[in-house]
Design a protein around this ligand. Structure first.
Ligand code: F6P
Length: 557
């Protein structure tokens, strides 16, 4: 398959792009009063309005044609059939199997994995129930009402995001802490707040070798042994979520306390697997299962809906259009729901680790852009921080606005105000405010001509800044599952169009290797180290400066 920019479909879109950018979005709406209903799609409890993007029907059809030229349908089939589409690691990509409760079989290397999935899901459910019922206890017989999830990246961001999002579903009296950073502060803060006798440490790591996680897990283990005075308490207070049985055993966690998943579950797609254990403990496994079911509904939609009405594909196509043809390098994710405050961070890993690539599947350099920079904050906080740039900055940034119509925490008229902002912001980005309107307004308020000349340009909003709007009835396990699955499939679609492998992450390796190399050169506190000269002059100077501070600052231990 040639690179996508060599296809006539790409060329067709290029020729449409100039006129598209020059047509004001507000004009598209005035010329087609039904545009807002026409360019919207509903699936799995989500409603996506993509009408506030720079396209007309001809461009939309050309985008769908681009997906066909990229053989999207075949790629989708290959994923669901367990083909090793993660080619650089020779692995299948089958996270949808984790959320399918039907009897459908999912094959990996000729083996049906659905039974193993069901077994592990059952083991998780039984464990969660037993902890909640108090039949699984701490070493001294206390109830385990506190969970500390130790993991990073995909072994942290998903469960953390979902625990926060699903607060109305929390199990009473249970608290969950997430520790990811190797900065000792992160673990210390959690340890200060917990009772060792009532705490379950959940070590979440696909590989069980990740430096940050293993360091935090070892320190948590040492702390527990010190507090309980009993090495054997580790067995009662630690569980592992991993694919690496040997490393888990070496750590001192037995097979009954290990929850498995498989190499065909990518780290950033692993929330649905045993990696969801902390979440399941916090919201109960029935709610966890509901989240899986919601994601499955989106899987079914993605599998079956025609391309023209396929929500994940449409979201992906709007992204490709903005990124490759309208040259937008940033994409803001703006949830109008405090529960989704970590959703942008979650998507940063999901999208940027998946599609932040610059070589195609066959190793050829990509001659076009791939994933944009993803960032975001919950509305309305972002409005008082970076929206200035969204509205008037020199770069045009596309945005996704996400909100539930019903609040999970109703309080007075808060939600009405939140929703008003959720609706006003994408409209403001789209329609903008013209110089003549600003001048007119200033004139009406009695400003002089000189004042208008000086100030009016600063008050102009160019408009034409595209956005998608995702509306949920309410944020609940099923709709959260569908929302996450929507983005997962968007990622697949974009990766297929860009021709990259969305399921490896070689770009994280070099930094890890260099950190290992530098580690022995960092002076232990209060110790002198010979001057380091092994690296570039910047790194050498920084290490030597750090070592000087560390050797002299004797009080800091
Ligand atoms: O950052 C690289 C990465 O491999 C991610 O893909 C993964 O989610 C994270 O590290 C954690 O890995 P593990 O679950 O193996 O500890």
């Amino acid at each position: 398959m040639p690179l996508i920019n060599k296809t006539p479909e790409w060329a067709a879109l290029e020729s449409l792009s100039e006129a598209a950018a020059a047509t004001p979005l507000r004009r598209r709406f005035s010329e087609d009063p039904a545009r807002g209903e026409k360019y919207a799609v509903e699936a799995a409890g989500l409603y996506l309005d993509y009408s506030k993007n720079h396209f007309d029907q001809q461009t939309f059809d050309a985008l769908v044609a681009l997906a066909k030229a990229a053989e999207l349908e075949a790629a989708r089939k290959a994923m669901f059939s367990g083909e090793p589409i993660n080619r650089t690691e020779n692995r299948a990509v089958l996270h949808p199997a984790l959320r399918d409760f039907s009897l459908r079989s999912y094959q990996v290397n000729g083996e049906d994995v659905s039974k193993a999935v069901a077994r592990e899901r059952q083991k998780i459910g039984a464990f969660v129930d037993a902890v909640s019922a108090g039949s699984i206890k701490g070493a001294k017989g206390d109830a385990l009402d506190t969970v500390v999830n130790i993991g990073i990246g995909g072994s942290d961001l998903g469960p953390l995001m979902a625990v926060d999002a699903l607060k109305p579903y929390w199990t009473e009296e249970r608290r969950t802490f997430f520790v990811s950073n190797v900065d000792g502060r992160h673990l210390s803060d959690a340890l200060e707040a917990i009772d060792p006798h009532r705490t379950l440490f959940v070590v979440a790591s696909k590989t069980f070798t990740t430096q940050e996680t293993m360091t935090n897990a070892a320190s948590a283990r040492a702390w527990l042994v010190e507090k309980t005075g009993d090495e054997k308490s580790v067995g009662a207070h630690f569980v592992a979520l991993s694919t690496n049985e040997r490393a888990v055993t070496d750590f001192g966690i037995g097979p009954d306390r290990m929850f498995r998943f498989w190499d065909w579950v990518g780290g950033r797609f692993s929330l649905w697997s045993a990696i969801g254990l902390s979440l399941a403990l916090q919201i109960g496994h029935r709610n966890f299962d509901d989240m899986l079911r919601g994601a499955h509904l989106m899987d079914e939609h993605f599998r079956e809906a025609p391309l023209e009405g396929n929500m994940p594909l449409i979201l992906a196509l709007m992204g490709v259009w903005n990124r490759n043809f309208l040259k937008m390098s940033g994409h803001a994710v703006l949830p109008y729901d405090q529960g989704l405050h970590r959703f942008p961070a979650y998507l940063q890993q999901a999208e940027m680790e998946s599609n932040g690539k610059s070589v195609a599947m066959d190793g050829a350099a990509l001659p076009y852009a791939s994933a944009p920079t993803i960032f975001g904050e919950p509305g309305t906080n972002g409005q008082h921080a970076f929206y200035q740039l969204l509205h008037q900055g020199s770069d045009i940034i596309a945005s996704d606005f996400i909100a539930p119509a019903l609040s999970g925490a109703p309080l007075g008229d808060h939600h009405e105000k939140l929703l008003a902002n959720f609706l006003a912001q994408p409209r403001a980005l789209m329609i903008g405010k013209r110089l003549e309107d600003v001048s007119e307004e200033m004139k009406a308020s009695g400003r002089t001509a000189a004042e208008i000349d000086a100030l009016a340009p600063h008050k102009v909003f160019p408009g034409g800044r595209p956005s998608n709007t995702i509306l949920l009835e309410r944020l609940e396990p099923a709709t959260l599952g569908a929302l996450i699955a929507l983005y997962e499939h968007k990622i697949l679609c974009q990766g297929v169009i860009w021709g990259v492998n969305s399921f490896d992450q070689w770009g994280v390796e070099l930094g890890k290797t260099l950190a290992k190399q530098v580690l022995p050169d960092i002076a232990p506190l209060n110790e002198e180290k010979a001057a380091v000269t092994a690296y570039d002059s910047s790194t050498n100077t920084l290490i030597n400066r750090i070592n000087k501070i560390r050797s002299e600052n004797k009080s800091n231990d």
